[in-house]
Design a protein around this ligand. Sequence first.
Ligand code: FES
Length: 579
Amino acid sequence: MTEEFGMKKNLAHYGDAGFSVFLRKAFIKAMGYTDNALDRPIIGIVDTSSGYNACHQNVPDIIEAVSRGVMLSGGIPIPFPVISIQESFSHPTSMYLRNLMAMDTEEMIRAQPMDAVVLIGGCDKTVPALLMGAISANIPAIMIVTGPMLAGSWKGERLGACTDCRRFWARYRAGDIGEADIQAVNNELAPTVGTCSVMGTASTMALATEAMGFMLPGAASIPAVYAERRRLAERTGVRAVAIAAEKLTPDQIVTPQSITNALRVVLAAGGSTNALIHLTAVAGRAGIKIDLEGFDAMGRETPVLVDLKPTGQGYMEDLHKAGGLTPILRELRPLLHLDCLTVSGLTLGEEIDRAPEAFKQDVVKPVLDPVYPSGAMAVLRGNLAPGGAVIKQAAADQGLLQHTGPAVVFENLKDLSDRIDDPNLDVTANSVLVLKNAGPTGAPGMPEAGYLPIPKKLAQKGVKDMVRISDARMSGTAFGTIVLHVTPETAQGGPLGLVQTGDMIRLDTKARTLDVLLSADELERRRQNARVPQPQNYRGYKRLYTNEVMQADGGCDFRSFVPELTASAPVGVSEPKEG
Ligand code: FES
């Protein structure tokens, strides 16, 4: 039996396949299609545009260019919507919605006729959500991101979302700049459409996705408003028709080796801690487990090379002008799995070989003269985080990476906002700020609240960084000595919930440990006396989310959407060396 393609795929059931096709064609012809068009391979194009999403405002232009490429190659492009998620327009948090978008993507790919699908993502959660859905649906798929925005300028200083959003807001809180200045800065932080211009989660996931082989070369860094992005979109459409014919499915692209390459690039880029959660979820959909100790070992042998904020100085347009992902891959070449197949049909090694010649630039540093000598992140364990925690050491005050201090505890997000600026708060620069109940189920949705603000009275005295610990996440654009993703989370009985104000906490990043200096007996006594959280009777999606969501070490994916994990990444990593 020959396999059906185009309009005959994924038929609605009426008990008569011929009638199903007949009916389908009758309806789509109402939009002016001819039989000639409807006899061609169909390339679905995921439309993630929304009036709330400036990061995706160029999606209609990209769809037009992808469609041109599809038609140049003899296919028929059919855009279709899925939900769109923008970070600052997502209550309670975009992470709460990521899995909903993955479900939407997977089911609409399965429900409608298409021989391949073009995924258009960009803003932080959209890229992992689209990848998760497409990997689960496992039809030929190719991604293109919307691309980064350009940097802005204020009084001669370059700035961009969102490292500078936080930097200037901290200056405003400290009384360093006034109302007129903060308003002027607000006008310049996002001067064009596109994704955040620093090495935040969107940029990190774009580079990781290209390194994984899911996008054509160059796709990660071309600015959103450049004509070059439209030309790349046209080529993506051309390639989409080819992968439909080749039956190049995501399971051939997403392997332990390609996930290892993606993790390697995240570390070398000084990438967002969120990428670890998202890549765990993406790999999970392909049956691959991320081994945190292996990831940490990679960090010890992978220096930060990319000089972009928040770890360095530049913006994504600078990385693009420096050659985009290619110079990063060239530097990392001895550490990469070069034989991974990419969506272009070539291996990663072949793509590096055929990339434009290297030229002198100073955004991607050589391995021997890096921005930061080891990887951006370190994985911590200890009596506070038996399931692991992560710190972006490259973006921290280096003097605080080994630190012991008394805890100042906030029970939840409301308690934090009520008391952080209280002039009577008993806190010094030596204190360790602890936020509880901000994890995957606690908040819910694991908000980017891990970047606890410096208490105003300390900020006004010039304190710029303190050790901060939570079960929350942090924006990839933020900086500071911030321990995140403490697992298990407070709301699931994690030991972070047992910490009380005044307890001494020791962070030893070099030894990879995070401990509260209490005896096991005292911790057990507190555990016995702890209030047992009552199960909540939520309705709808919140019930699904609360019942299904896994912890950070499971990528915060929904339990029943993940197949058995039969492989693990990273692979081929050297034995850990002394940090
Ligand atoms: Fe969309 Fe930063 S808010 S990429």
